[in-house]
Design a protein around this ligand. Sequence first.
Ligand SMILES: *Cc1c(COP(=O)(O)O)cnc(C)c1O
Length: 238
Amino acid sequence: MSAIATNLQAVRERIAKAARAAGREPGEIMLLAVSKTKPLADILCAAEAGQTAFGENYAQEGVDKMTVAPQGYFLRGAVDRNLSWHFIGPLQSNKTRLVAENYAWVHSIERLKIAERLSAQRPAQLPPLLVCVQINVSGEASKSGCAPQDALALCQAISTLPGLSLRGLMAIPEASDDPAAQRAPFRQLREIADSIRAAGVPLDTLSMGMSHDLEAAIAEGATIVRIGTAIFGERNYS
Ligand SMILES: *Cc1c(COP(=O)(O)O)cnc(C)c1O
């Protein structure tokens, strides 16, 4: 088995264990393999080990990988399922068309203007782009994300856009080694989602939890965990 296949298996076991500890079904939680900065060969390795959902932070880097991934390779090999690509990084206006035309999901919407561009630019022959609103919860690692008090209005506006299908919320809290401190911002995200649902906007997705804190996220209700390092190893940004 390749190192990536071994790592994937270990991550799947962590997810299953955390789900059972929380009284949840492991199958409720989607594993998104975050492949930013990693070569296509690593993605193919994960795909051969059964992984189908991949997350990228840089729009063009992800498109380069998905367009050179030889379709026939998957048909010849053990993998015959389609891969799905999730955009999870900061999104500027000049990249919305690339994302709207190529990705299945966007996790990182923080303002209406970007959502409107994605909706208008989503090709009619594709299903609606599945989207999450990124929330700046307390202890957010970056300054990005919509303020919690603005989340309901943004979700209501997005839910009327024809090219998008609003699925839920996403957050990237500050890394912490303390399990209780890890859970607080995830709980906050879940409570924001509950309040938006109570206001009549359906949401079924909480995109939260990374390599170091997926257990805390699952305990608080994550439905997608975004895992890079624990699958592909440390990233080298040079
Ligand atoms: C890089 C990244 C991840 C994966 O982080 P790891 O700690 O490597 O698991 C998840 N989500 C987002 C938004 C990222 O940018």
